[in-house]
Design a binder for this molecule. Structure first.
Ligand code: 1HE
Length: 264
């Protein structure tokens, strides 16, 4: 049974925990989980306040849609300087999602658009329900992505597809999103939470050093020149394997107590 997680959040966010998995719910369904400043600050606060006993996060949206992106009602009065600060607010918050303490699984359904897609891109594993669809309507609203989308989306889907989405307003279905790499799991509508929770529990059971390496070393290595990448990989691999947790897990396998890696 999920229980409330003791962290002060705005009403647009609900935090729960079930064993070592924290569940963060976008809870502004009447505004289609549009992300206002209070929610963005709340997301940052949630990720920096995670207790040490949490080993993975599940991110979900209440209602019919994951998120309609930036709260457009807060946009109208901002000048250039305030706009830069606002984008910085999102960058800081989503940095805490991607490069925080533990891996994040996002469950996507309905509209996953604009800033909602940028938030999803900061997660480590994405599960789509068949109802999900993806768009970057910034072009048609006369604005530009500001929540890190220019950095996080091209490695997932390529610059050309992102340009197309922004210039033409193209929408991708859940099936197309799965095919182009926006998500790595596709499940029936209504089944996303169960799948995401199962994955988060699996991740939570990994050795913490392995999760750290995957979150913090892998994306940095992927951005390095190959020679630097091999050197950092060798160091990370040596550090991980020397951990007593790794030794115990390998011993379990050699003594026939651990699961085999089967096709499933
Ligand atoms: C909103 C927002 C929002 C809904 N900001 N209030 N994002 C967009 O351009 C997407 C805008 N939203 C939509 O296209 C639609 O709302 C949906 C397709 C997602 C859902 O449609 P529907 O028919 O279920 O709901 P609705 O009637 O459009 O919206 C319900 C309410 O939510 C309504 O408010 P109400 O007071 O009239 O009830 C809407 O105004 C409100 N609402 N979406 C504010 N986005 C860091 S930069 C990121 C840049 C971006 O994210 S740009 C993309 C913005």
């Amino acid at each position: 049974m999920a229980e409330r997680l003791a962290v002060r959040l705005p009403p647009s966010l609900i935090a729960e925990r079930e064993e070592a998995v924290a569940i963060l719910r976008l809870n502004r369904a009447h505004k289609r989980n549009a992300l206002d400043d209070e929610t963005i600050v709340g997301i940052e606060h949630f990720f920096v306040s995670l207790p040490d006993s949490i080993n993975a996060v599940l991110l979900v949206g209440e209602g019919e849609h994951f998120s309609a992106g930036l709260d457009l009602s807060e946009l109208k009065e901002r000048d250039v300087v305030e706009g830069i600060a606002h984008s910085g607010l999102w960058h800081r918050a989503f940095e805490k999602v991607q490069f925080g303490k533990v891996p994040v699984v996002a469950v996507l359904h309905g509209a996953v658009v604009g800033g909602g897609l940028e938030l999803a891109a900061a997660a480590h594993v994405r599960v789509a329900e068949r109802s999900a669809y993806y768009a970057l309507p910034e072009g048609s609203r006369g604005i530009y992505v500001g929540g890190g989308g220019s950095v996080r989306l091209p490695p997932l889907i390529g610059v050309a597809r992102m340009m197309d989405m922004m210039l033409t307003g193209r929408t991708y279905s859940a099936e197309e999103g799965q095919a182009i790499g926006l998500t790595t799991y596709l499940v029936e509508t209504g089944k996303g939470f169960a799948k995401g929770f199962e994955l988060a529990q699996r991740i939570a059971a990994n050795a913490p050093l392995t999760n750290f390496a995957v979150m913090h070393a892998l994306p940095r290595i992927a951005d390095m020149d190959p020679a630097s990448g091999y050197a950092v990989e060798a160091l990370m691999s040596a550090i991980a394997q020397a951990d007593p947790d790794a030794k115990a897990r390998v011993k379990d396998f050699l003594e026939k107590r651990a699961q085999k890696t089967t096709r499933k």
